[in-house]
Design a protein around this ligand. Structure first.
Ligand code: GUN
Ligand code: FE
Length: 422
């Protein structure tokens, strides 16, 4: 396939490549190369011309809660722990009803598609049936994902508290079933966070991780009350990070920890050593008054970071909003930390495309060998009366674009249509 358009992508943190009016040859699922003029060997082949539109890598969101999509915007008068109890747990309990889950998952996937997030890592709920259905529907939708059922066997309402052995058995069943039946959706171990999971459950999950070579996702150091609680629950461990490490849940190079707002230097060193990806959730940290993650400092110290939505701590799934929110929050932080330069928009875009795309292989860029996962984005130029440069159009889309501006979505070289009728 040959595409012509204005391609923008970020080959590295802080680098933005703009290829205006160039041709991209896609062979099968992958980008093969750009040309200013089409070489003779491709003459006569059909070209899909996107005109003045932008072509961007599709978004990749490494931290969100699929069951909470229905709760967007609700309950931000509370901080994390009461917010979970009051608003989040009651809605997650509803997914024990498979009809409710089915309807909610279809709405969830339509919204991910609409927002241009074609790859993601999501928490489901504790319910095995609902989690499996989400995995199946995601594959059916043509999206790619890591999905895990939540593990939770303490400090939960009765409706969400699992028996430890049953939690491990259900997890193993989903691991095996997804390996046998799915291609683009994989299992990710999903202990909710330390206060929700007993030592025996964490240890059991760590062993499953070893046995099956699995990635892990959880929450780390989001809120001060949460951190104090973890300290009380685990006096045997030196820090919140070390609870996960000591129970085998910092799996090298394939662990996503959301938030990481209030880490100590010692914790940062461990996370760097283990190659953990820190999912920065600017909107969620604002909504729940959690604090401001020192993103620039973490990046400068060599920690892996990405930008994520944390729906429904975040009130919007649209990753363009999170890119803009990340830049905004980093500017506020820089006012009090002069040595921490704010993030630029291309830097934040990298953290929502190529950075997190690493979890899925060569994804999130248009360099040769990368999967062609793309969004075709239109930005109004008043019928040509207010022409914009491709970079200005990118800025406008990231700050104020929405699904009306996304004309087409491609994953692995193929068009992805709206998954479900509502
Ligand atoms: N920590 C434990 N569970 C959650 C959750 O659902 N959302 C957020 N933001 N933090 C959590
Ligand atoms: Fe979260």
């Amino acid at each position: 396939m040959i595409f012509k358009g204005n391609f923008l992508y970020t080959p590295a943190l802080g680098e933005l490549t703009v290829r205006e009016g160039e041709y991209l040859v896609v062979e099968g699922e992958k980008c093969a190369g750009f040309y200013r003029a089409l070489p003779q060997e491709y003459a006569g082949q059909p070209v899909t011309d996107f005109g003045r539109a932008l072509v961007l890598p599709a978004f990749c969101d490494l931290h969100l809660h699929a069951p909470q999509m229905v709760n967007r915007g609700v309950g931000y008068d509370q901080e994390l722990l009461p917010w979970l109890e009051t608003y989040t747990f009651p809605v997650e309990a509803r997914y024990g009803d498979t009809d409710f889950a089915e309807a909610a998952w279809k709405r969830f996937l339509n919204r991910m598609w609409a927002n241009g997030t074609l790859r993601f890592s999501a928490f489901a709920t504790i319910h095995k049936e609902a989690a499996w259905r989400l995995m199946e529907l995601t594959e059916q939708a043509g999206l790619s994902a890591l999905i895990g059922k939540v593990n939770m066997d303490r400090n939960a309402p009765d409706s969400l508290r699992e028996d430890t052995d049953a939690s491990l058995a259900d997890t193993e069943e989903l691991i095996c079933r997804s390996r046998a039946e799915l291609k683009h959706v994989e299992y990710i171990l999903t202990p909710r966070f330390v206060p929700s999971t007993t030592a025996r459950l964490m240890d059991g999950l760590g062993r499953l991780g070893e046995r099956y070579g699995l990635p892990v996702q959880s929450h780390l150091s989001e809120n001060r009350s949460e951190i104090a609680w973890v300290g009380q629950l685990h006096p045997e461990c030196a820090s919140y990070t070390e609870v996960y490490r000591d129970y085998g849940l910092l799996r090298r190079g394939c662990t996503i920890m959301a938030h990481a707002v209030h880490l100590t230097g010692r914790e940062e060193a461990i996370l760097r050593e283990e190659g953990v990806t820190l999912a920065h959730c600017a909107q969620s940290n604002t909504n729940l008054s959690s604090g401001v993650m020192p993103l620039r400092r973490s990046l400068s110290e060599g920690l892996r970071c990405c930008v994520a939505s944390d729906v429904a701590g975040g009130h919007a799934a649209a990753m363009n909003r999170h890119v803009a929110a990340t830049v905004g929050l980093s500017k506020l932080r820089a006012l009090d930390h002069m040595e921490e330069r704010p993030l630029s928009l291309p830097e934040a875009l990298y953290l929502a495309t190529k950075g997190p795309g690493e979890f899925f292989g060569k994804v999130g860029s248009f360099e040769p060998g990368y999967d062609f996962d793309a969004l075709v984005v239109d930005v109004d130029e008043l019928d040509g009366r207010l022409p914009r440069t491709p970079f200005e159009k990118l800025e406008q889309f990231l700050y104020d674009g929405d699904d009306r501006d996304i004309l087409a979505r491609y994953s692995r070289g193929s068009l992805v249509e709206k998954p479900f009728t509502e």
